[in-house]
Ligand binder design. Structure first.
Ligand code: ARG
Length: 411
């Protein structure tokens, strides 16, 4: 019996060609694994296509709940956004896929796993690092890194070998999608000077076409996790799906980013992430109310570290566990309700309320119940300014160019 190889299978052109290519070039029996993380795919059709292409077994795993619970919500709590723009949808799903590839490989006794990633992207790194950390003994095969075919040659290969390729009209883009967002690459998008054409977008209406009336949404959080939409309790998967639908109609969630890939190149990426954009903004607004200044500032630094770690595929590491523990600890009082306003491409937080709010009206008000003792301010400022005043006197005031370099002697 031939050795088995478990292939991460989306059912698209690349991975369909890969089934046959792996059989021919590595002499393996191919078991395909399609992991459902909430992309819009016809799972039954994908399964049939895999078997028709020659796979000995075609597995489908529905892991949306796992994806949300262990990947999406922790990243939301962390405020993880790569380079300030990308909510990391694709990057978050890869380690979960790697995990299940390894599980299935163990179950069927496979000697190798395979994926359809190219040799110049981040996804290959995430798959490979994930698999190599979880099961070092497994061989990893990435056909697209080896075969040197372009898209037309792949189509020709599929035709020659009677590989059924998806009949949907050939997309000019490379697309990856899951609950947390849709990533769109290649084609005309490779020119960063050009505005992405409308056909790149599928989840969001153009802001010009969005309704003329704003829509308000109330989002409840408990411990940093969204639990209800407009006061209706929902599980995480349904809440995200519902938000993607509603928010997308207002043209909110489009992201156009020239990002720094791990492999050293910049690439122009377009994303649609309606739910992510709104949830990240709402979550942040609630943290503004419930975290101290020091917690918020330090957590911002952790968020960056966390985002880089996810982007770079280092999910299964102790560093991740440590960051995760810190983030979880910060979330214990991030509970309350945030009100957002969606209108023609913009998402604004317009209200927030929390039982653990650190906002104190009697301290903040300029009205009659002001509890802030303004007479204490001069003493505070006297001590606060002490070191600045001392330094100015000794080092700055007698500089020929003046304390700021702008009040010195005129020439
Ligand atoms: N640049 C993004 C990332 O590295 C998205 C990659 C999406 N892949 C795709 N085939 N469109 O996470």
């Amino acid at each position: 019996m031939a050795e088995k190889c478990v292939l991460a299978y989306s059912g698209g052109l690349d991975t369909s060609v890969a089934v046959k290519w792996l059989m021919d070039n590595y002499g393996v029996e191919v078991v395909t694994l399609t992991v459902d993380v909430g992309g819009e795919i016809d799972l039954q059709a994908v399964k049939e296509r895999a078997l028709a292409t020659g796979a000995v077994d075609a597995r489908i795993l529905e892991v949306k709940d796992q994806f949300v619970r262990y990947f999406v919500f922790p990243a939301l709590q962390a405020g993880a956004v790569y380079e300030g723009k990308y909510p990391l949808a694709t990057a978050l799903a890869r380690p979960l896929m790697a995990y299940h590839l390894v599980e299935v490989a163990r179950e069927v006794g496979a000697g190798s796993v395979a994926h359809g990633c190219t040799g110049k992207g981040n996804d290959q790194v995430r798959f490979d690092v994930g698999v190599r950390t979880l099961e070092p003994g497994l061989r990893i095969i990435a056909p697209a890194r080896e075969w040197g075919m372009d898209r037309d040659q792949e189509i020709e290969y599929a035709r020659k070998h009677n590989i059924p390729v998806p009949l949907t009209k050939a997309s000019p883009y490379s697309i990856d999608e899951n609950l947390w967002g849709r990533s769109i690459e290649t084609g005309v998008l490779e020119d960063p000077a050009k505005e992405p054409p409308e056909d790149a977008y599928q989840w969001t209406l153009s802001p010009e076409k969005a309704p003329d009336k704003p829509q308000y949404l109330n989002i409840d959080f408990e411990g940093g996790i969204p639990t209800a939409l407009d006061h209706k309790e929902m599980d995480g998967v349904s809440l995200i799906q519902e938000l993607n639908r509603v928010v997308g109609t207002h043209g909110v969630g489009r992201i156009d980013h020239v990002e720094n890939r791990l492999v050293g190149i910049k690439s122009r990426e377009v994303y649609e992430a309606p739910a992510a954009v709104v949830l990240l903004a709402a979550h942040r607004a609630l943290e503004d109310m419930t975290l101290s200044k020091e917690q918020a500032r330090f957590k911002d630094r952790v968020a960056q570290e966390y985002a880089d770690l996810i982007y770079n595929g280092l999910w299964f590491t102790a560093h991740h566990q440590d960051l995760h523990s810190y983030v979880q600890s910060t979330q214990r009082h991030v509970t309350g309700t945030v009100r957002v306003k969606l209108y023609k491409g913009s998402c604004q937080v317009v209200g927030r309320d929390s039982p653990k709010s650190l906002y104190s009206l009697k301290e903040a008000t300029y009205g009659k119940d002001d509890a802030f003792d303004q007479r204490a301010a001069p003493g505070f400022i006297d001590i606060f300014s002490k070191s600045a005043r001392l330094q100015a006197e000794v080092q700055l005031l007698d500089q020929p160019e003046g304390p700021l370099g702008i009040t010195g002697p005129s020439e």
